[in-house]
Design a protein around this ligand. Sequence first.
Ligand code: ZN
Ligand code: ZN
Length: 798
Amino acid sequence: MVMCQAEAIGIELARARIIVRGIVQGVGFRPFIYRLANDHELKGWVLNSTEGVVIEVEGPTKRLEEFIAGITLKAPPLAVIEKVEASFLPPVGYQSFIIQASQEQEDKFVLISPDICICPDCLRELFDPLDRRYRYPFINCTNCGPRFTIIKDIPYDRPKTTMAAFQMCPSCEEEYHNPSNRRFHAQPNGCPACGPRVWLVNGRTTNDSFAKGEAAVTMTRYLLSRGDIVAVKGVGGFHLACDATNSAAISLLRERKCRVNKPFAIMSLDCQAVEKYCHVSDGERQLLESPQRPIVLLRRRADSPIPALVAPGNSYLGVMLPYTPLHYLLLEERGDEADTLALVMTSGNMSEEPIAIGNEEALECLGPLADAFLLHDRDIHIRCDDSVTRVFDGKEAVIRRSRGYAPFPVRLNFEMRQVLACGAELKNAFCVTKENYVFLSQHIGDMENLETLSSFESGIEHFKRLFRVSPEVIAYDLHPEYLSTKHVLELRRSGAEQLSSRVEFVPVQHHHAHIASCMAENGVQEPIIGVAFDGTGYGEDGQIWGGEFLVCDFQHFERRAHLKYVVLPGGEAAIRKPYRMAISYLYNLPSALTGGLTLLDRIDPVELEIVRRQIKGRINSPLTSSCGRLFDAVSSVLGVCDVITYEGQAAIELEMLADDSVEDGYHWPLPRGKFPIAINQKPLLCGIIDDLKAGVPIAVISAKFHNAVAEMVSEMCCLIRERDGLSKVALSGGVFQNLYLLKRTLSQLQRKGFTPYIHHQVPCNDGGIALGQAVIANAKVTSLKLRRRSIYVLGGAG
Ligand SMILES: [Zn+2]
Ligand SMILES: [Zn+2]
């Protein structure tokens, strides 16, 4: 009727061809377009292509415009629209609106949705006794459920996921093909009749189940409530679960996992439960409840009923809310003795090995750790650990970017070559780039064993295939001993010659990569002052850097200043034993000052002598300018932490002690003179030791130390500004995970007129290195090619 009126009054008819790019597949986008077209009474079609969603609609131009505006305005909750391109053509007289079959094109790529937590509609069905999926642990729809971890290839269709193994029943099939249904083309769709199932085993084989379905869940709750440890298969891998309010269960888990102090993450039913043991701000609540469902670091309440054993020496707890239907079934309040305030949910692995994903694999490697296994038969194609994040200054600052985030890209404000950047050794994450997207991988882990290396290698192949990337540039860390570096060099050596002739291999300095990563995510390309503070990174002089002031852009960097080199006695041993760093720092101080320090009494005299000899003779002891090691040394001198059991422990415990009300710091004068400046830590150490001997509380000394570092950073930036005329400062490196330090450094810099940049989307630790490596390698190769071309032109002219 409306249509006829339009024609009658001479309104122009047209056909619009629209391409929508972004995360528009597997998020209910085509049914949404179908409904939107029907609402506007437009005819035509929609289809998924490897390029994005393509639509043709025809009708009166005014309605076409409303339709196009509606695409962005009314998009389904999980869609991320990057671009809507429309062109107008003469109408061809479509009679209806239909959803066409997918189209594939080999070289095109689409954005792939991360795994998303159960949506409110599915949650309602889960607990609705009248629903056919009542209490079904794998309930999902186009707005929620697993994605990245089950996708083998694109376009995202069921046969290319691990759901291919399940044949839909007639009811599910009906939903799947009905455009007005919430499960229209929901690839992981299933129900109790046709979909994946759970069962519980005691751990000898995968099929000796002693409970199935609902009974398995109930039994798991019972086992947990009596203090057992249960391995629970999730979305991106296994968790080891135990009751977070049961100290005995937690100690048992620590003992079996050989994890002495490293904090465990916990999961509670909802924010209301979390507020019983942590402070939750509005921003933190939003993150907890976000569809990504990360682990959020929250400040523990003084009266928290969660035992300190969950995160010893730490005033924060890593907390997440349930993200799968199965988690909800485990944590729901049934009013029985199995109800719990929180469950420990830690990665299902032995110390630093990759998280287990397969049923057989889990039984084998988690056998000694778990009393029972809650398994299911939906395969996990790609392992993906939980993400860790927090709120800083009202904004999110990611610490581990993994499930729920990967493989969503970081978007740059310029186009990139196709680059593979291999990342660092610890907290490895790699990336591939295409156009202006950087696809950062999920957390791969510490590259210290073959299992992690193989996860790294297969992950790279998967990303190359998913995003249709064939790298022309491969970026890697300078460190010759990194497994990722060895992998690249091996590739190059064994390297199919056609590969190496086409691919540029670019080594990148670790701290330059840190700063470039911070610049890239903040959209800064011009030269900047970079402050890179971390534990370990290979320097251009072969020493171990980590307290660096750089002036850099993407292509080049110059070292303007660094902490003065000290001996790292015994290399790796000094990282595990902060007291070795303390001895190294004290070595050059007058004995009148260091005499009488309790530290010296705590160390075995034989060991003390060995360390002194290592320092004196420089035996197996490289030099380091690491800021992380300075924190370690101070932590040990103060008696806070002499030996660590997880990375960063000494610095974290020192930070947790710092008295927030202390404003002043130690006098730490900077040397004037020629750049690069070596910053002598001696005055700082003297101040600390004087206070320690005078009986000043450790909390005050820790605070004054942090304040002195912040002050030193801003003073050094002033000296560099005088020389280079730069006033933008990027802060990066794992040391800046220290919020006490970060907060004070930022305020010092702002007070002195600098514009500081910090990380939000990617981690400031080594998990964010790959992004920096990629933009640096891209810039270097681009300039190299320009130079080669000009040489060629000159040569040709001669
Ligand atoms: Zn849903
Ligand atoms: Zn079914």
